[in-house]
Design a protein around this ligand. Structure first.
Ligand code: FAD
Length: 395
């Protein structure tokens, strides 16, 4: 995005990427339909960036969700608003958009140099690259770093830049998994039976935060949309205390009284699982979670009274024992701290070097907020470089 703004502003631009082709993580994001942005009003939209919102406000206001949708349209990809307010291209994937974009950048004079891994600066302040042909040094009037976070490193962004910037005295807050799963010590029986099964229409709570949505049981724990939406709170609790209790409400629209009435009927010859499934419309995986909680409490579920079962249905405790590794996370928290940047996204300690995208210290839930902030800060850094080049020429 910075390259596009720069080329439109008349600059000669080369994009260097360590990978053999462009936009690999963008293409991966397209596998889920490419949730480009979100349609909610801007004040709510900005609140998703939490404490970083004031730092991103000007960039997002200058390139807001509507501008991103219009941009996509100029590339032949009209967008639509899904039922949850999320915005997707009609093609519901990234490849046609990326192809059209690369064609337009090429026509606009942007050059691409792949298999160029940036490794810092040489003794003369030139950008140093490792390439299959050996080391290269390239002089540039200005540089935009847009090296991403550290999730899914096989797609290119591996966080290798952290040490390079730290060596220059740039403060980087530790890269941590965001929109990530968590580990749970499931019993072997539960893991084998329910791995890959979704929990639908549940409400998840940690402390004062509750989110409704879906979660997915994995071999080593739990992941999915509702987990990602709570991942910042869950991560801080797990990292701070070593573990955290996630409360799952399996039937959040039924209160304890209604559930108690349903569960007070006679079971007859039905198994407990069948009874729970029919009386409270619980899924097998939901009942499995209740069994896990009962085992952990040291009492079999069969010994629970109707009132106790009713209470458990909407407060199943799940002990999270750790955060899933960053290479499986959707995005990255942490990054270059905003104090290191001026209002044009230039690094104060490295004049002429700008930074944008997920390598900055912000995080947001899934919903299009990640790409929107990456696009908006890329555009802002591009404008910043144009201003910087203009000023440098005058002085
Ligand atoms: C599975 C998955 C699904 C996602 N779905 C969505 C979604 O639907 N909506 C959404 O908003 N977000 C989504 N995201 C997140 C989104 O893709 C990222 O937030 C976004 O791509 C970040 O853009 P970026 O340009 O900052 O970094 P990246 O897209 O990570 O790009 C960084 C680039 O820098 C290159 N690079 C890194 N280090 C070097 C180096 N030393 N030298 C040279 N090149 C280097 C990399 O090769 C890469 O091309 C998803 C992410 C994943 C993993």
């Amino acid at each position: 995005m910075a390259a596009e703004v720069l080329a439109q502003g008349g600059a000669r631009v080369t994009v260097y990427d360590a990978m053999p082709s462009a936009g690999r993580k963008f293409l991966m994001a397209g596998r889920g339909g490419l949730n480009l942005t979100h349609s909610e009003p801007l004040p709510q939209f900005m609140a998703r960036y939490r404490e970083a919102a004031p730092k991103l406000q000007a960039a997002v206001e200058a390139f807001p969700p509507d501008a991103l949708r219009a941009w996509s349209e100029t590339l032949g990809e009209t967008t639509f608003v899904g039922s949850s307010g999320r915005v997707f291209p009609k093609a519901f994937k990234a490849s046609p958009l990326l192809r059209a974009w690369l064609r337009r950048l090429d026509a606009g004079g942007v050059r691409f140099a792949f298999r160029h891994r940036w490794t810092g600066w040489d003794g003369e302040g030139r950008l140093a690259f490792q390439t299959p042909e050996g080391a290269h040094a390239i002089g540039a009037s200005a540089t935009v770093l847009a090296l991403g976070g550290a999730s899914w490193p096989r797609l290119g962004s591996d966080g290798g830049w952290v040490e390079l910037l730290a060596a220059k005295g740039v403060a980087v807050s530790k890269l941590r998994p965001a929109n990530s799963g968590f580990t749970v010590a499931w019993s072997d029986v539960f893991r084998d039976r329910f791995e890959g099964q979704p929990l639908k229409g549940v409400a998840l709570t940690i402390g004062a935060h509750t989110v409704r949505g879906e979660a997915m049981i994995t071999r080593s724990g739990i992941e999915g949309g509702a987990i990602y939406a709570l991942s910042a709170e869950l991560r801080e609790a797990v990292l701070g205390l070593g573990q955290a209790t996630l409360m799952i409400a399996l039937r959040p629209d039924l209160d304890v009284a209604a559930l108690t009435t349903r569960l007070s009927g006679t079971r007859g010859k039905q198994s407990l699982a069948n009874f729970l499934r029919k009386a409270a419309q619980l899924s097998p995986v939901g009942i499995g979670l209740m069994q896990e909680a009962a085992i952990a409490s040291g009492r079999p579920l069969a010994a629970f009274s109707a009132a106790e079962l009713a209470h458990l249905v909407n407060a199943v405790p799940v002990q999270l024992t750790g955060v899933a590794p960053i290479d499986r996370a959707i995005s990255t928290a942490g990054g270059i701290t905003f104090d290191e940047l001026d209002e044009h996204f230039m690094l104060r300690k490295l004049p002429g070097v700008f930074a944008a995208g997920e390598m900055l210290d912000w995080e947001a839930p899934t919903g299009g907020y990640l790409l929107q902030a990456s696009f908006a800060t890329g555009a802002a850094a591009g404008r910043g470089v144009l201003g910087w080049l203009d000023q440098s020429q005058k002085s």
